[in-house]
Design a protein around this ligand. Structure first.
Ligand SMILES: Nc1nc2c([nH]c(=O)n2[C@H]2C[C@H](O)[C@@H](COP(=O)(O)OP(=O)(O)OP(=O)(O)O)O2)c(=O)[nH]1
Length: 145
């Protein structure tokens, strides 16, 4: 936990977008909390790390890819209560350029999903509105209801 506010969990995540506009999702492996759910690659921001540095580190560790920090575009954030009483604060970046080929390094499965298909994946609660925002802003469609 890096935040000076002990009730916050700061997690930074990234939607990698390929040339066809598909989004990379990663399935949380067995042994981790919320195993089996599909999420955006990322993880907890370590002490003295910026969210951008955390994303670069996690993409390297989890997928063996190297984005440049300036290719990380702030997209949206989630802020939701967690079951342990803390609040998760999760900035989501999008990234269209990186070095390397995404290769799961931690036993996780990965999938490339069209923005309009994201709602077919079971995700942690904070990711659901972020996935909807990706669908709306990346597919050019906006559902009015
Ligand atoms: N990476 C990631 N974590 C997410 C997402 N949505 C979401 O609620 N989370 C939660 C799950 C965990 O409670 C927390 C991140 O934990 P983590 O286990 O991925 O982070 P980490 O790699 O730094 O953890 P650790 O195993 O080193 O302790 O954020 C998401 O889209 N991506």
């Amino acid at each position: 936990m890096t935040s000076s506010n002990g009730s916050l969990l700061l997690v930074a995540a990234c939607a990698l977008l390929d040339a066809d506009g598909r989004v990379l999702l990663s399935r949380r492996p067995q042994g981790k909390p919320q195993a089996g759910l599909w999420e955006f690659p990322g993880g907890k921001v370590e002490p003295a790390e910026t969210p951008e540095q955390a994303v670069v580190r996690e993409l390297r560790e989890e997928l063996g890819v190297e984005p440049c920090e300036r290719c990380l575009q702030p997209f949206a954030f989630a802020s939701q209560p967690m079951s342990d009483g803390r609040q998760i604060l999760m900035p989501l970046y999008v990234c269209r350029r990186w070095d390397g080929f995404p290769d799961p390094k931690e036993g996780q499965k990965i999938a490339w999903a069209r923005p309009t298909e994201l709602d077919r994946f079971d995700m942690p609660a904070p990711d659901v509105p972020l996935a909807a925002e990706l669908r709306d802003r990346l597919s050019g469609a906006r559902v009015l209801d």
